[in-house]
Design a protein around this ligand. Sequence first.
Ligand code: ATP
Length: 342
Amino acid sequence: MTGTPADDKPALSLQGLSRRFGDTHALRDVSLDISEGEFFTIVGPSGSGKTTLLRILAGLDRPTSGALLLRGQDVTAQPPNKRPTAMVFQSLALFDHRSVGQNVEFAMKMRGVNAADRKARALELLDLVRLGAEYYGKPVTQCSGGERQRVALARALASDPEILFFDEPLSALDYRLRKTLEVELRSLQRRTGRTFVYITHSLEEAMIMSDRIGIMRDGGLVQVGTPSEIYDRPRDRFVARFMGEVNILTVRDERLTELDTPLPGFADSHLILRPEALHKVGPGVAIETKVLERFQLGSRVQLHLDTPAGLMIAEQPAACPLHPGDSARFYFDPDAAHKVTE
Ligand code: ATP
């Protein structure tokens, strides 16, 4: 393929997007570039602005200020049907009284594609989302939750969008189906080479599927990075806590304040210790603990520990002999800990 200047431009460029609703700053100055073919996931607690941001990206709402560029072209004021994008909602918004085929063909019909071509393309798309040709004539009402999800995906792909937006599409499904569809969505994104922008509450979902994750808080993007960057090097305590179980200890005046232990040469900071950073053998800083709870997590156990620094969480191999009521000494290496100042 020959390159055109547009190929060098990000698929999406968010330039200082803000959105106010009266006194509520739902989005605050969000700037970000999303690359062509990237799977980008936006996560954040309830009310952090994820839906507001996605609606603006999809053209369902306009920012109070800022601009949105699609491959370098300003589309801020363009309605959604004029953009090369499509959206999959949590509610799926399928036409229940129509067949699977009619749902998938909807956008093509609107564009005036003839019946034979529509059907051929619909069958291709059904195959792509792993629904066989036998689903083509089935009423949507006779499809299971996971099948409906696939129909919604095929329908979104039918308009041949450059970018697909997803608003928590899996949150209503049971755990196993969600896990299957997470993997399938990721694989579909790779096979189609399209740009996917996805929002979810579920960090696990974000970690599994995404090339990069953006973490939102109070309407702002607080950190953007690959899943491992964000997990291993959170920029502050908020992101560290958001990324899963974590122990946080404070260093002030070259001492670990909670453990009253000297740490010569250490600057004022917070040490981020994942449960797997607490070890049963030294060297390192020792912590005297009492086991409060033991939870089996498949091949590992999680221990809740009462310590001079309060509750701490450790993860150990399943063979770990410790049980509630046992006393135990744990160690961690302060040099290996990730440090943050906020
Ligand atoms: P959730 O995960 O619960 O869906 P969210 O991260 O998607 O939350 P938003 O729905 O974007 O958050 O809301 C961000 C903030 O903007 C909230 O304080 C919300 O109350 C406010 N908000 C969103 N839409 C409107 C609206 N149409 N009118 C007034 N306030 C709104």
